[in-house]
Design a protein around this ligand. Structure first.
Ligand code: FHN
Length: 442
C-alpha cells in the first residue's frame, strides 16, 4: 500500500522495477550461491570444548567467547586447500548463475588485502588475496560475482551502534569515510563484479543517517554504472528501512527475505526480490556440528522454483571449512541439485510468475514474455491427473515432460478452460517438470 504523503529527500528515487539490461540479467539468473567464509570457520561453532548452537559466524559475540582470543584467530587462517576453480566448477554444476561472497562479515575480517585495514588476509599465514582469484574463476565459469559487505564492523575502533556523545559522532564520521574507501577499493580491484550485497545496517548509528546511505548508494552506482544494490543498504531520513516512509522500495530489489519466502504474488508488491536460505536452520558460516533439520535437495529445489514462480531469485548459502573445502554434505547437495537443474533448469532461468492460479500439485513458471509455461510438480496427485485451470479463452496447444521431449502428453479437457494432464503413477524421486505451450482462442 503506497502512501506517498510524506515529502522525503532520501526516500525511493524510482517507482517500479529497474528496466535496464543489467537488472534484466540479474532477474533472469534466478539461482545464486551465497558463501560465508572468514575466520569464524576456524572455531566452527565450538570454543573451549563446548558447542554453541547459535549462528557460527556470530561466535565472537557470544559471552563465552573472549574477544581477544577471537581477534587472534586470523593468525591461524591458512586455507591451503582453497581452489577457486574447483569452487566455481561445483557451483556451475549445481546450476548457480551468480555468487555472493562475504568480503567482510560483522567481525571485520577482510578476505582481501585492504589498504585501509590491518585485519585482513594479508596478515594471515595464507597472505594471498582470496577474492581476486575467486571472482576470476567464477566469471570464467560463466557465473556473476556479487560482494557481501557488512556495515557493522566489530573490529574497527570507530564503529558505533548508536551515537551518544560528540566523540561518538566524530568516530562514526571517520568510520563512514573508511566504509566508502573500502567499497571503492573493492570496485577498483574487482571491476567485473555486478553488485554489492549489504548487511548489518540495522543499528541506530546507520539508520539515523539516511542522507549518508543515500549518497553512498549514488556514489557507488556512479563509479560502476549498472551496479545492483538491494534494499538493505539504505534508510530514509525518518529511519525507515527497505521501504521508505511512503512504502516505496529503496534500492534495486527487496532484500528482506531471509530464511523465509513469500507465499503469494501479492506478498511481493510487484517488486524484484531475492530470498537467501541456509541449509540447516540458521547457520551461515561453517559449523562443525549441524543440528536440527537439514534441508534436502528436493526441499531446496522446491524453494527455488517457488521463488521463480513469484518473480524472485533464490540464493542458497554455503559455509566452507577453514582449510578451503566444502563439507561433504554441501558437496553432495550441490551435486543433487545440479542433477535436477541439468534436466530442468529451463523451468527456472529466465522465468517468472505465470499469471495462473497456484495449483495444489506444485508451481507454474512462465518463460518471460512467451506462451511457454512450466509445471513443476512437487506433489503427484493419487488420481494420476494434474489439474490445469487456464484463464478464459486460453488452451493448451502442446504438452510434454521436460525429460522426454519427444513424447507428447494428451491433456483432457474436463470442463471449460480446465484440463487434466495424466502423469505416470510411480515413485518420483525429484520434482517432475511438464512444459505447456499455451494458445489464445479466437
Ligand atoms: O547477521 C547476519 C547473518 O550472520 C548472515 O550474514 C545473514 C545473511 O543474510 N545476514 C545477517 C542477518 O540478517
Amino acid at each position: 500500500q503506497v502512501k506517498d504523503t510524506i515529502p522525503l529527500q532520501h526516500g525511493a528515487h524510482r517507482i517500479g522495477n529497474r528496466t535496464d539490461a543489467d537488472m534484466q540479467r540479474w532477474r533472469d539468473l534466478r539461482f545464486g550461491q551465497f558463501i560465508h567464509w572468514g575466520v569464524y570457520a576456524i572455531p566452527g561453532g565450538m570454543w573451549d570444548g563446548k558447542v554453541y548452537n547459535g549462528a557460527a559466524e556470530w561466535i565472537r559475540s557470544w559471552k563465552e567467547m573472549p574477544h581477544e582470543a577471537y581477534d587472534q584467530l586470523y593468525k591461524q587462517f591458512n586455507p591451503v586447500k582453497y581452489n577457486p576453480a574447483d569452487w566455481a566448477q561445483q557451483a556451475k554444476n549445481m546450476g548457480a548463475k551468480y555468487m555472493i561472497i562475504t568480503t567482510k562479515h560483522h567481525d571485520g575480517f577482510c578476505l582481501w588485502p585492504s589498504k585501509y585495514a590491518k585485519y585482513t588476509i594479508a596478515n594471515t599465514p595464507y597472505k594471498k588475496d582470496i577474492l581476486g582469484p575467486m571472482v576470476e574463476a567464477y566469471n570464467k565459469a560463466g557465473i556473476d560475482a556479487y560482494l557481501y559487505f557488512s556495515i557493522i564492523d566489530w573490529n574497527h575502533p570507530d564503529w558505533r551502534t548508536s551515537i551518544k556523545s560528540p566523540a561518538d559522532s566524530m568516530a562514526m564520521a571517520r568510520f563512514k569515510v573508511f566504509v566508502k574507501n573500502q567499497l571503492k577499493e573493492l570496485l577498483d580491484r574487482y571491476p567485473t563484479v555486478k553488485g554489492f550485497w549489504f548487511d548489518g545496517t540495522w543499528d541506530e548509528s546507520w539508520k539515523n543517517d539516511g542522507a549518508f546511505s543515500d549518497e553512498l548508494e549514488q556514489y557507488l552506482q556512479q563509479l560502476h554504472p549498472g551496479l545492483i544494490i538491494g534494499s538493505r543498504l539504505r534508510a530514509d531520513e525518518k529511519g525507515a528501512r527497505h521501504f521508505d516512509s511512503n512504502s516505496r522500495l529503496m534500492g534495486d530489489y527487496e532484500q528482506g527475505w531471509e530464511r523465509k519466502l513469500p507465499n503469494t504474488i501479492a506478498d511481493v508488491h510487484g517488486n524484484d526480490w531475492e530470498g537467501v536460505m541456509t541449509v540447516p536452520e540458521n547457520q551461515w558460516g561453517y559449523h562443525q556440528q549441524w543440528f536440527g533439520h537439514v534441508k534436502s535437495a528436493n526441499e531446496l529445489i522446491e524453494m527455488l522454483v517457488k521463488s521463480a514462480s513469484l518473480n524472485g531469485n533464490f540464493v542458497l548459502n554455503f559455509g566452507p571449512k577453514p582449510d578451503g573445502t566444502f563439507r561433504t554434505e554441501e558437496q553432495e547437495l550441490m551435486r543433487n541439485i545440479g542433477r535436477w537443474m541439468q534436466v530442468n533448469g529451463s523451468a527456472v532461468y529466465g522465468t517468472g510468475y505465470a499469471g495462473l492460479e497456484k495449483p495444489d500439485w506444485g508451481y507454474y513458471t512462465r518463460k518471460t514474455g512467451t506462451d511457454t509455461v512450466y509445471m513443476v510438480v512437487c506433489n503427484v496427485p493419487v488420481n494420476g491427473n494434474l489439474r490445469v485451470k487456464l484463464p478464459a479463452k486460453q488452451s493448451i496447444a502442446k504438452a510434454w515432460a521436460l525429460e522426454q521431449p519427444g513424447v507428447a502428453l494428451q491433456p483432457e479437457l474436463v470442463s471449460r478452460d480446465e484440463y487434466f494432464i495424466p502423469v505416470e503413477q510411480k515413485v518420483y524421486t525429484s520434482p517432475l517438470v511438464i512444459v505447456m505451450k499455451l494458445e489464445q482462442q479466437q
